[in-house]
Design a protein around this ligand. Sequence first.
Ligand SMILES: Cc1ncc(COP(=O)(O)O)c(C=O)c1O
Length: 449
Amino acid sequence: MDEKHIRILRDLGFDDISEKNMTNKYWKSRGADALALTTQDRDVYGCVDHTRGEGVRIFDVEGTEYLDVTGGVAVRAFGLRYKPYLDFQESIIDVVHELPGMDFDAIPQTLLAEKVASITPGNHKKRVVFTTSGGRAVEGCMKSAMDLSGRRRFVAFRPAFHGRTGYALALTSSNSKHKSGFPQGVDVIRIAYPYCYRCPYGQDVEDCNLECVEHLRYALQVEGDDIAAFVMEALSGEGGLIVPPAKAVQGFYELAKEVGAYFMSDEVQAGMGRTGKWCAIENHGVVPDYVSMGKAIGGGYPMGASIGPAPMFTGGSRHSETFSAEPKMGLLSLWILKHIEDGGYLKKNAEHGAYFLKLLNELKDKHQVVGDVRGMGLMMGIEFVKDKKSKEKAPKLRNAIVKNAVQKQQLWVLGAGQNVMRLTPSYVITKENIDEAVDRIDKAIKESV
Ligand SMILES: Cc1ncc(COP(=O)(O)O)c(C=O)c1O
């Protein structure tokens, strides 16, 4: 960190900060003492330098450079400090920032609502509520579905991740650490996510009769079908980067319609063009009633959107959020959407994702411990197993590979699920970066088995 930025921290009242204490050990220890929670492992990651970084290059406070394939868990559509984005930010420096939306009309939020509605599937009349997180975007949709249907129960999947608060947590089931000890906010019928590599019904892809859909049909018959909405990730992110077959997603959609329930696609991680379509659910040929967006829509700022069928709520004041769609954030989101469009990023993401997956498949052929690789566009996973035949999950090995990748290969990468490595790079990743990333993963595997 340069002198200027150390000075800024000192001017903010922290006289103890100097170049001397710019070490990962110091800041991880100070962070552990001050912060109640962190979802990531301090044993693996350094303390990121908030003053450096470019594109897919991220730095820790000791100056170590990493190749970032997390995209900030799908937050940084255009990577770190993307010049055209910074220029746009500069150009709107004088807009009034302290005008959060929802209580009053303001132009940016209206234009953004129009835009967001236009890039979600279906020509039906939609309405939009802006939020400050993905979990709240999910909850906005859930509240609307309950309000419009008069029903209170949901169908959700295992694994699934929809957020860590209230109603969203009630849908989540990707890690018991998120759940145990907390009450169930809403009633959920939970069903296995269509996970063909480990089909819970013991079927092969070729013999599949959509047992997962039939199982849910049975559950609805015996548990009741007064369901407000089926909530599904078009591909499971946090749960382990699982890509469901389109026919299963279509089957669930049709079942939702049979019982008069809404179908909701949680696009917080997979949406915003990441998979090569604006919404990942489009890859399955399904038009959802509700869409929740987050992460990349804010370009690094806290922003989310609940999109649902008009009128979305039965009356005024049924739902709102103080800080949603603040004008600067609204303008930045509009810029991001336009740039995804103008820059042809839907096509680029599909192409780069296919190239990435091709190289990952080569890794699969090469390593006994790579059980499966899968993905859609720039959202991919590598599933680690003890051996290909038994398919026994190898969570410790996955952890060792992630640790080696970060600490030895300088690849900034995350896990997902119990034994999967998650790859959700920024859209500015190049083929050269992808070659480099796969080479580093290859080395991390070799050094960890
Ligand atoms: C699919 C999905 N839904 C919801 C969320 C929750 O978003 P947030 O952490 O912004 O509340 C996430 C976060 O990872 C997610 O991946």
